[in-house]
Structures are given as structure tokens and as C-alpha cells.
Design a protein around this ligand. Sequence first.
Ligand code: NAD
Length: 445
Amino acid sequence: MAPTEHDHGAGVRTLRPVTEVEASPAEPVLEWDTPLFLMARAQYEQALPHADVSELVAERLSFPERAVIVSVPLRRDDGSVGIFPGYRVQHSTVLGPTKGGIRYDSEVSLGECAALATWMTWKCALLRLPYGGAKGGVRCDPRDLSPRELERLTRRFTSELVREIGPQTDIPAPDMATNEQTMAWMMDTYSMQRGHAVPEIVTGKPISIGGSVFRREATGAGVVMVAEQACRRLGYDLEGRSCVVQGFGNVGGVAASELHERGARVVAVADVSGGVHDERGLDVPALHAYVDEHGSLAGYDLCERITNEQLLELECDVLVLAAREDQLTEANADRVRTSLIVEGANGPTTIAADEIFAARGIPVVPDILANAGGVTVSYFEWVQDLGRLFWDRDEIRQRLSDKMSTAFDRVYSVAEDKGITLRQAALVAAIQEVAGALEARGIYP
Ligand code: NAD
């Protein structure tokens, strides 16, 4: 089915997919119109009526600016060659270069990258970082690739993207199945092609090549900073409160430690192997020591074992979601017994569950605010690399705390003024930020 053209008056005609197709993802009209991208756009369209932006600007921001698809040849360890599709989507360059992760996963597609790039635009704008959103990746099963194969894949993918990425155009970072080592390979490949070291091409690098202290802890620490502020708004202190954390990796593991250090009672945590529960409060450092030794929480038997489903339904003051998407849904939202939900993961609450929590009066601190600590310290890393001047841990932590706190207050006041949820308010605040810049710059030419 072909896209339709809408006339906005004054001779402005824009490309717009037809409405029936939006309701039926089986018939995409533009290549990125997959269910996930349509969900990102549905959230955007729900927030738009509260954002008070011109129709022209609203229309422009509903599409990514640019997308590339590459095919990446990989010489396998056995001598054969496999070809893997790779993607990079840049959603908006209105506020500055684009920024976003690179993931290696069998689900990577143009639509997934387009949705995640769009969310990155809102996240960066909400934190007032001078970036737009991007996302990219290679469709592959990373567990099927040896370390040498991952290195070759990363270096060739970086070479394929050399015209798209750059310290002033698009700055990648780690995401699912990519890490500091992947970023080091990307930085080295890009630098070799330029003829000199370019640390500012990626963030999330090892500290030895221009990475930032506190980057690894930044997302989990930021989650707890906003949780603390949200508790204060609800009229209590985080100290002594019961907290449940789903996910015990980079985000959840750090969040559990930060909660523990601030005197909160972490009563349950879980990873993919299941959960552990103790109403008196878990010994979080002992859990970390166990996971460091055994790889996961499996087999830890010094307290009650529970399933992930049970964990999400425990009675608690704060529920931190730091595992993956689609955890609170229409199926369990009625049974959740917490006063506050904080989204460390991306997309853990479905639109239907959101409506149930709004009706039940349970606030949800949304992902684009709660987990923005990671991209914020990535921004600090880029600034330090460009200036060739490095800050210490205390300075970074303080700057992160200031940014998270300002963004939280802004979201809270938009929610109160307009009588909308924190998620809608976060989107409204972010859209207004980008729209203001686009209004000022105008549509070129
Ligand atoms: P990670 O791989 O380090 O940790 C994920 C954790 O979740 C692991 O403990 C894993 O065992 C657990 N898990 C997976 N499936 C689960 C399930 N069904 N039930 C319970 N636990 C499960 O990943 P991470 O970096 O901590 O990322 C977690 C989430 O946070 C993702 O949604 C990611 O996109 C988001 N996020 C991460 C960052 C960052 O800086 N790392 C920044 C922003 C958002």
C-alpha cells in the first residue's frame, strides 16, 4: 500500500503512512514500520497533544532522519565466509550529533533500530544533552561467534559505517552483547583509518584509551538517584524502605548496591536464574561475591528462593525493573504491590500495564528518565575526550546527580501541571526540547 501525502496548508506536503497500515503492522509502508517502531510512534502521538508543538515540527520528528543498511562479510575461524546484515539509524540531528548503542542480537532490524533511536532522542533531550538519538547493530547470534570472530565482525562493521559515524556526526556506545572491548575495537578501527587516535568516536571505552571513570556504574547509580527523589515526593525517605530489584547485571547489580549503601532494605533480587528473598534485607555484597564466583544467582541457598513472577508481586515500597522489556503487563499489573516503580531497563512496562498503574495510583518513573544516567556519563566521557582533560569520580558523580535531579523536577512539574503520568510528562518535556530547537532552526532549505 502506498504512503499518502497530506496537505498541511501553505503548500506543505509531507509523506505520511496511511492510518489503516499503522493499525496493521503486517503491511508496512515504510521499511522501519515494524511493531516496535509503531509502538514508539504511538507513545509519541499520545504525548503530542500535551506538547503544544506545530504540526510541521510534529510531523518531522515522527520519522528518523537517516538509516543505512550494510552487509558485513565475516571470515569465520573455519575459513568459511558468512554475510551479516548491519544497521544504523539516526533519528534526529537537530540538537547535535546522534548518540546511541550498537547491539549484536538475532532480532536486530531496521524497525528495532528506528524505535530505539527515537527513544534515544527523547532521553538525550530530556537530560539536555546536545545530542539526537541513534541505534545500530548487526543481526547475528553473538553466542555463536568466537572472540576472534567478534573482533573481525566489529572491525568490518565499523569500516562499513565509516561514512556515517564520527565524533561530530554520530557517536556509538555499547548495548546488548557489546562491551568495552567492542568499543576499543571500534575506536582502533576508526583511528587507523584516520591516521591518529580518535577516542571521542565512541563512549563506554576502557579507561586506558579515554573511557570515563564511573561510566560502568552510571546507569544503576542514576536509577537510585531518581528513586530517592521520587520517594521524597511521595513523602518518605528511601532509608529503611523495602526495595525489590529485578535483574542483577550492570544496571540492577549497581542499583542494588547503591540502595543497600543508602540504608534501604533490599528484600529481593533476581537474575535470569530466579530470585532470592529475605524480608530482613539481603546481604547485597555477599550476593555480588557469589555471582562473581559462580556467574549467576543459581544455587545461592542462604535465603528463600523465589521465581521471577513471585518477585514482581512481592509487597514493597520500591520496585526497580532492571532486566528486560515486557515484564509488567496486563497479565500481572493488578497483582503488583508496590508504592513506586522505577524503570532501569528499557521498555519493561507495556502500554496496557501503564494504564492499570495510572488507575491504581502507582507512579512509574519511566525509562527515558530513570536509566538516562548511562548516556549522561557517556556525554561526560565525550566532553572529556574532546577536551583531553579528565575529571575525577566525585566530580562526575556530582554532575550526574545535578542533571538527573533537574530532569526529574522538570518531569514532575510537567506531570502536575498537565495532570498526566510521569511517562507522558517525560515525553512531553523531551519533545518540547527538540521541537523548540527545530522551530528556531527551521526546515532546510
Ligand atoms: P546485563 O546483561 O548486565 O544484566 C541483565 C540482568 O537481567 C542479568 O542479571 C540477567 O540475568 C537478568 N535477566 C535477564 N532476563 C531476566 C528475566 N527474565 N528475569 C529476571 N532477570 C533477568 O544488562 P544491563 O546492562 O544491566 O541492562 C539491563 C536493562 O537496562 C536493559 O533493558 C538495557 O537496555 C537497560 N539499560 C542499560 C544501560 C547500561 O548502561 N547498561 C543503560 C540504559 C538502559
